[in-house]
Design a protein around this ligand. Structure first.
Ligand code: NI
Length: 183
C-alpha cells in the first residue's frame, strides 16, 4: 500500500490556532476520501518499518485543521494489537460528560504538528462521552477511556485552535502530577 500524500502543518502555522467551523452534510466526495486517506496514513505510521521507510512519526489521531482545513472533523485509529484497527471518524464533536479522574501520558503527549521534544504533561479526563456525527450525518454517542479518551480530548482541542503544548506551563511543566494517574 502506498502512503497517502498529505501535508501536515507544523505548529508555527497560525491556522493551527484558529477555531474550526462546523461541518454540514452531506459530505462531499473529496472530504470522504481525505478522511480515508488520513486513517490509512495513521495506520501506516504506526507500523515501525513503514514509518522508517517514509521517515514519518507514528500518530493515532489527526484533525482536519492539521491539514489546513478548518472543519470540525477528526479521526483516530486505534491499533487492536492484532493487525487490525478500530477507526473513529468524529465530526462536529461535543463532549457531553466526563470523569472526575484525571490522567496524563507519562512520556508526554505527541502531536504530528509538533516536531520537537516537549517537556511536561497535560491533564486529561480518564473517561468521557462524546456526541458526534458519522460520515453519513448520523448522530451517535461514544464513551471513550484511557488513551482513546486522551486522543479525543487532544483532537477536540485542535478543533478549538489549541495545541497540547499550549496547555503546559513552561515554568511548571509537571504541575499537579501527583493528583493524576499516569498512563
Ligand atoms: Ni495533535
Amino acid at each position: 500500500m502506498k502512503l497517502p500524500k498529505i501535508k501536515i502543518l507544523d505548529e508555527i502555522d497560525p491556522r493551527l490556532h484558529k477555531v474550526s467551523e462546523p461541518v454540514t452534510f452531506p459530505l462531499d466526495e473529496k472530504t470522504k476520501k481525505l478522511i480515508d486517506d488520513v486513517l490509512v496514513y495513521l495506520e501506516m505510521s504506526q507500523d515501525e518499518e513503514i514509518a522508517d521507510k517514509y521517515d514519518i512519526r507514528a500518530g493515532m489521531g489527526m484533525s482536519f485543521v492539521q491539514l489546513g482545513i478548518l472543519k470540525r472533523i477528526f479521526v483516530v485509529s486505534e491499533d487492536n494489537g492484532d493487525g487490525t484497527f478500530e477507526r473513529h471518524i468524529v465530526i462536529n464533536p461535543e463532549m457531553i460528560s466526563h470523569s472526575e479522574e484525571l490522567i496524563y501520558v507519562g512520556e508526554g503527549e505527541g502531536c504530528l504538528s509538533v516536531n520537537r521534544p516537549v517537556e511536561g504533561i497535560v491533564p486529561r479526563y480518564a473517561r468521557c462521552t462524546f456526541k458526534a456525527y458519522d460520515v453519513d450525518g448520523n448522530e451517535y454517542k461514544i464513551r471513550v477511556r484511557e488513551d482513546i479518551s486522551i486522543a479525543y480530548q487532544h483532537e477536540l482541542d485542535h478543533l478549538n485552535g489549541i495545541l497540547f503544548v499550549d496547555k503546559i506551563d513552561p515554568k511548571n511543566p509537571y504541575k499537579n502530577k501527583d493528583r493524576m494517574r499516569e498512563i
